[in-house]
Design a protein around this ligand. Structure first.
Ligand code: HEM
Length: 363
């Protein structure tokens, strides 16, 4: 345990797990709080869109959490996730063969844009029963990246204002989607939450988190896996990852050591202790979910905490792992001989999110 940059940092996996399993002592209330405080101009832009994130799911430490979580979980049951695999494979195959065609025609292709970006968003929206036209997906991806940087990054004032404009546009678009979905006779998450008694701002708050967390994190995971495979620094080779078992192993290797969500936050609800040390009330805790297993003597392949643990554990864990494995497998199979064209791409490096921005490969 150490204190850096205002956080009590917990690195030891057994202690991380303990914190996650003591929600009365360590609340998730700070899960969606901006790491860099929002400036007046940014707040005004957000207020103009009536942007608000009341605690509904990831940051909800009240008794309402369990019931809301149950409604959301109904859209990601093991049977639903298993049933969507053929659709994931279809989307992955389509984008992998388009990437192969682009590689043949242009001599290079960015795998983040070509194969990692869209399938997770398309699958998530289909599972949630939300109708979003394909030509709006690019905006959803750009807004997601902006929002991650706004809430988990260190933008200067000018950049923050730009990001706040993106978040405000996202929120307006989301409110329209919530209204249309609630009025729709088709089964969808937002109508189910409305029936559960949530107001439009409450559904928007949940939707804002889920529409980002439910796809951009998987895009990021796929991006890192493809980068490490192309670089040759993964214990699995590019050729082996063209098979289901190799792809799964490559995904788990990256989840254990370099996950797209390497940390998550909690806040001490009152003065308490962890690992024999006193933690004052209100202290912000940064949990290193993965990447530190060697220190505890656990296996290097241990990725048990990559999706959190306890009552807030990720509801999309199985889906994310499946999507990543299928996209990696189909990509490696469709592009059997690739070279990494840019070995030092720019990376997204935020408090709780990381991935290469591009994975440029050539013939
Ligand atoms: C590689 C991809 C992903 C990673 C690494 C990831 C990781 C996480 C983490 C670390 C948490 C916090 C857990 C905790 O507080 O104990 C979380 C929460 C959550 N995730 Fe994921 N996630 C991913 C993909 C997804 C997907 C695909 C979905 C749904 C489509 C999803 C839905 C959720 C939800 C709903 C929560 C909040 C659960 C609650 O508070 O009850 N995630 N995720």
């Amino acid at each position: 345990m150490s204190a850096t940059a205002g956080f009590v940092v917990v690195r030891e996996p057994l202690l991380v797990r303990e914190v996650l399993h003591r929600p009365e002592d360590f609340s998730p209330a700070n899960a969606l709080v901006a790491v860099t405080p929002l400036t007046g101009p940014s707040l005004r832009v957000l207020q103009g869109a009536r942007f608000a994130l009341p605690p509904i799911l990831a940051s909800n430490d009240s008794p309402t959490h369990a019931g809301i979580r149950k409604v959301v979980a109904g859209f990601f049951t093991p049977a639903t996730v298993a049933g969507i695999e053929p659709r994931i494979r279809e989307l992955a195959r389509e984008s992998a063969s388009a990437a192969a065609a682009r590689l043949a025609a242009q001599g290079h292709v960015d795998l983040v844009e070509a194969v990692a970006a869209l399938p997770p968003a398309q699958v998530m929206l289909e599972l949630l029963g939300l109708r979003v036209p394909d030509d709006e997906l690019a905006a959803l991806k750009a807004w997601s990246r902006d929002s991650l940087e706004l809430f988990w990054g260190w933008p200067d004032d000018a950049r923050q204002l730009e990001l706040a404009r993106g978040a405000a546009d996202f929120y307006r678009w989301l409110r329209d989607l919530v209204r249309a979905s609630v009025a729709s006779p088709e089964r969808n998450l937002f109508a189910a939450l409305d029936r559960h008694g949530l107001s439009t701002p409450e559904i928007c708050s949940l939707g804002y988190f889920l529409l980002i967390a439910g796809q951009e994190t998987t895009t990021q995971l796929i991006s890192t896996v493809l980068f490490r495979l192309a670089e040759g620094s993964c214990p699995v080779t590019w050729a082996e990852s063209g098979e289901p078992d190799g792809a799964r192993r490559a995904v788990r290797h990256v989840l254990a050591g370099e996950s797209s969500v390497p940390t998550w936050r909690r806040v001490a609800a009152h003065e308490t202790t962890i690992g024999g040390q006193t933690v004052p009330a209100g202290a912000e805790i940064l949990l290193e979910l993965t990447g530190n297993h060697s220190a505890s003597g656990a296996r290097a392949t241990d990725y048990a905490l990559a999706f959190g643990s306890g009552v807030h554990r990720c509801l999309g864990a199985k889906l994310a792992e499946l999507e990543a494995a299928v996209v990696v497998q189909e990509t490696a199979a469709a592009l059997p001989a690739v070279q990494l064209a840019d070995p030092e791409p720019e990376w997204v490096r935020l408090l709780s999110f990381q991935a290469p921005r591009t994975v440029l490969v050539a013939r």
